[in-house]
Design a protein around this ligand. Sequence first.
Ligand code: 5GP
Ligand code: MG
Ligand code: MG
Length: 179
Amino acid sequence: MGKDLDKVLLTQEQIAARLDELAEQIDADYVGREVLLVGVLRGAVMVMADLSRRLHTPLEMDWMAVSSYGSGTRSSGVVRILKDLDTDVHGRDVLIVEDIIDSGLTLSWLVSNLRGRGTASVEIATLLRKPDAAKVEVDVRYVGFDIPPEFVVGYGLDYAEKYRNLPFVGTLAPHVYGG
Ligand code: 5GP
Ligand code: MG
Ligand code: MG
């Protein structure tokens, strides 16, 4: 597996330190409220586990799985729900937990979908954000790291379902893609 990696972009320590900061910010913002963390499967599993354990705000966790149809590698913003929430979000303060925002199209769809259910509020926390996300009208309150437009794996993020278990975020060597 070591040979498959090109470079480490974010170390375990860097991720942990940034999550400490985000958790502090979230706790400060949600004082006196209870938050419903909505993790987007499957990439957000690690962020959800590590962020939620840093929060003191009373919280519940639920999960959604969505698939976005796209041509090639770009997502189109046309989204299908593969697994819906088990929780009724009416009147709830929802915080969507994401691994990465690339085009932002999936997330912008998700935000409108949840708002349509009568939520009290919907905010977004993402570990990573790529530059293209700026092109879409989606207001992301909590961002771990702004990264270059490279394909990354690890810490929940996969390439063909592999590498999710890496404790850091890195880029893959070209030979992995068949290059
Ligand atoms: P978008 O923001 O373009 O609608 O879609 C974001 C989704 O695309 C993420 O949740 C993730 O599944 C996938 N994605 C985008 N960029 C990367 C990347 O660099 N690495 C990996 N592994 N997945 C990515
Ligand atoms: Mg994701
Ligand atoms: Mg993936």
